[in-house]
Each structure stands twice: as C-alpha cells, then as structure tokens.
Design a binder for this molecule. Structure first.
Ligand code: 8YV
Length: 319
C-alpha cells in the first residue's frame, strides 16, 4: 500500500539521486540539518523511509528515533553498516543495489591485480621521476598461468573469476558453502585457499561475519611470493597484520581499494612501492554510479507507492 510520510536522506548522494528523491517525495537531508538531533526529536515520527550508503548506514539510535520507519534503501551493494536483523525485527525492509556495479568492480579488481604484479603504477612513478635507465626497472611477476584464489564467490567474485579465465590461470575459491555450478576448486578455509594460491582476491561481503577473515595466519599461508587484492571491505582483512606483512616481506605486494578507516590509510603504506593504493573507486564510473542511483531511486519509489522493494537484501545466512 502507498506510504505517506517523509523520506530521510542521511548522507550525501549523487546529485541525480538527490534530485530524483526531492522531485518525487517529501525528502529531508539529515546531513544538512543544523541540529539533526532536534530534527529527529521533533519530526522522527514523520519518517517512513531512509536513504543511505555503506559508509554511513543506519545506526541503532537512528533506527530507534524513527518509530514509523518502513524501509532502508542503500545506495551501494554493501549494507553491513545497517543491522538487518534489527530492522527485520521491526518490520523494516532493506534494499541495496546489486548487479548494476558487478562488472565495474570486477574490471577494477583485474586491473589492480595486473598493476600490483607487473608494478604498473610503480613503473609510471619511476618514469615520471626521471629515473629511467635502459633495463633499470626490475623484472616483475607474470600474471597469466598463476594460481588465483577468490575469497567470496558471490556475484562480484564470479565476475572476477570469469575475467581471469582469459588469463589461463588456475582458479580456486572459498565461500561458506561450495558451489555446484562452477569449475573452480573449492578450498574449505581461507587458510587453505591462501596456501594454494599465488594471488588472493578478497571479494567477500563486509560485516561481522567476515571481520578479520584474512588473518595473519592466512597472510603467512599466502607467503612471500604471494599477492593480495582487496576490492571488498577493509574489515575483511586484519589490517595491522597486512601492513606488517607488506613492510617485512611476508607477502610480495597488495592492491587495495578499501581500508578499515577510510579515507585514512595506514601510515606505512604510501611509502611502499609494492602496494597499489586506490580511493574506493571500484564502482566509480559514470555509468555504474548512474545505474546505482536509478536502482536506489526505484527501490525508494516502489516502497512509497506500493510498500515493497525492487531489490531487497537477501535473507541472512543460517547461523
Ligand atoms: C561505494 C561500494 O561504496 O557498493 C558498495 O558497497 O562499496 C561502492 O559502490 C558506493 O559509493 C556506496 O557507498
């Protein structure tokens, strides 16, 4: 049934999405209120939907300040910053924006993997610094034919695997359960995956269930000739252990698009030539962000006009 009430935008969003929200629904931008707490106190009972994104989410306090909240719409595929179980317990529906960003994130993962193994960014800096002497840049590591382990074989992990098949690599993966529709080897733990891989690609969803999944032991199993690529969430890796491994040669290199405390990165990393540092840009193309905004709006608009969502988040896995 149609919903009457206010749409609360709780963080900055792409201009096209902000415009669509304001044009079609009574929308209030909490991030632009001079006194957000006063707004919630005085008008929280008018809010029926929240629009947010992974870096902001919806806190317990905010959820509790909105007694009529019926939907949380996420701009982005990750929604680990929203307590879905708590929302469901209150009958609050939650949506995200899957599929429309899969290709871009997978493309960037492959690009970052090639970059860190062939040291493309480091070579670019070498030339720009005027250091080039013929034969002066060190030999690097071949990508084709290597053993690639993918941690998390969801939509994005599968898209990365499909792309890498073109490099004649040996693909393995680890997920909570083995898939019966892929030709790749299943490793029954992150440690086993890393021990059998030259490159570990982290594509698992963020959240409490995957926090620190790539531990110091997993990094040790990957080893001094191993590379790591992370296009998922910084929280999936034990970040201090990763920094230690990179500084001391525990692993050969890493390409990182996500970090625990964005936009801050660990202080030791910028000086390292065996690390590719990216500012969380995996879905950052015009086409993909436009598609994400359109899907987020479709979710919000469907909720306000019919009371349902276009892409509700999946049921949490059985404990
Ligand atoms: C960006 C992402 O965070 O979709 C996600 O979960 O990590 C990226 O697409 C996007 O800007 C949402 O915040």
């Amino acid at each position: 049934a149609p919903r009457e009430g206010t749409v609360l935008q709780v963080c900055p969003l792409p201009a096209s999405l902000e415009s669509a929200l304001a044009a079609h629904h009574r929308t209030v931008r909490l991030n632009e209120q001079t006194d957000p707490a006063a707004y919630l106190r005085d008008h929280g009972d008018e809010v029926v939907a929240v629009v947010t994104r992974a870096r902001t989410g919806v806190s317990h306090d905010l959820m509790d300040a909105l007694p009529r909240l019926g939907a949380i719409v996420n701009f982005g595929v990750g929604y680990e910053t929203t307590d879905v179980a708590r929302a469901r317990a209150r009958g609050i529906q939650v949506s995200n924006t899957p599929d429309v960003l899969t290709d871009c994130v997978a493309d960037l993962a492959v690009g970052a993997l090639i970059d860190v193994m062939r040291r493309l960014s480091a070579a670019d800096r070498y030339v720009r610094r005027g250091d080039w002497v013929p034969g002066g840049f060190p030999l690097t590591t071949k990508v084709s034919g290597k053993r690639i382990g993918i941690l998390g074989l969801g939509r994005i992990g599968r898209a990365i695997a499909r792309r890498l098949e073109g490099f004649d690599v040996e693909l393995s993966y680890h997920s909570r359960t083995a898939a019966d529709d892929v030709p790749y080897r299943y490793a029954d733990s992150p440690h086993a995956l890393a021990a059998g891989a030259d490159v570990l690609v982290v594509a698992a969803a963020g959240g409490v269930g995957t926090r620190g999944l790539v531990s110091a032991d997993v990094l040790e199993a990957l080893g001094p000739d191993g590379y790591l690529v992370n296009i998922a969430r910084g929280s999936v890796i034990d970040e201090p252990a990763l920094v230690d491994a990179l500084v001391k040669g525990g692993i050969a290199g890493a390409a990182l698009d996500v970090f625990v405390d964005e936009p801050r990165v660990p202080a030791a990393l910028p000086a390292l030539d065996n690390v590719v540092l990216l500012p969380h840009i995996a879905s950052g193309t015009h086409e993909t962000r436009e598609a994400m905004g359109e899907l987020a709006f479709r979710n919000l608009h469907r909720f306000m006009t019919e009371g349902t969502l276009v892409t509700p988040v999946p049921e949490p896995p059985a404990a």
